[in-house]
Design a protein around this ligand. Structure first.
Ligand SMILES: N[C@@H](CCC(=O)N[C@@H](CS)C(=O)NCC(=O)O)C(=O)O
Length: 217
């Protein structure tokens, strides 16, 4: 397989998703830091906007056939990884399970994370709001619905007993929940699934605290 390069930041939850998928599929990759906070954010600089015109990480550079292809959007990147390395698959074979896995994924991908993204929080602060309180309230409310869904779908993991794309999206969002002080004991199913996933080697190695650009303790 051709070499891949991940543009990431230790605390970026969307990059965390891709790191988990790369690890689950045992795809070797190079880690390139895009510092989201230094000097107003490297993601907004011209050199990075050539990589992802939206100014977001993650982005994955794929060197195939002497072409350098940049794939952005974590869902598109993970879909690409699924296609180049189909095993272990992140999509359940059962069609209802698969639909539920995608539903959980999408509820995080479009219904939670974008509303507490860095630039959104900065705008809230500019408008005189309390960004940390906003993030905490938002996640608290959305996790109530997610908990209800997962009481029906979860086994050991989000969907039954096999790791799926829903788990890949869940763990980074729970990381954000802890970051903003959400009381996770309100969501026993999410908390239980997350705890188990955090013990998995692929998830451990993707954790923000062990990334090369994480601040040294
Ligand atoms: N839907 C995109 C969202 C990407 C995204 O929001 N990335 C965040 C980090 S988790 C970012 O780069 N934020 C920079 C900013 O807000 O300026 C994806 O899933 O890749």
């Amino acid at each position: 397989m051709s070499k891949v390069k991940l543009f990431s930041y230790w605390r970026s939850s969307c990059s965390y998703r891709v790191r988990i998928a790369l690890n689950l599929k045992a795809i070797p990759h190079e880690y390139v830091t895009i510092n989201l906070v230094k000097d107003g954010g490297e993601q907004k600089k011209d050199h990075f906007l050539k990589i992802n015109p939206f100014g977001f990480i993650p982005s994955l550079e794929v060197n195939g056939d002497n072409n350098q292809n940049q794939i952005f959007e974590s869902l598109a990147i993970i879909d690409y990884l699924e296609n180049i390395n189909p095993e272990p698959s992140l999509y359940p074979k059962d069609l209802i399970d698969r639909a539920n896995a995608i539903a959980i994924t999408e509820s995080i991908n479009s219904g939670i994370q974008p509303l507490q993204n860095l630039f959104v929080l900065a705008e809230i602060e500019n408008l005189g709001g309390n960004k940390d309180q906003w993030a905490k309230q938002l996640i608290t409310k959305k996790f109530k619905s997610l908990e209800n869904i997962m009481t029906k779908t979860a086994g050991k993991y989000c969907i039954g007993d096999t790791i799926t794309i829903a788990d890949v999206f869940l763990v980074p969002q729970v990381y954000n929940a802890y970051r903003y002080g959400v009381d996770m004991s309100q969501y026993p199913t999410i908390e239980r699934v997350n705890k188990l996933l955090e013990e998995h080697e692929a998830f451990k190695a993707a954790h923000p605290s062990v990334q090369p650009d994480a601040p040294k303790q």
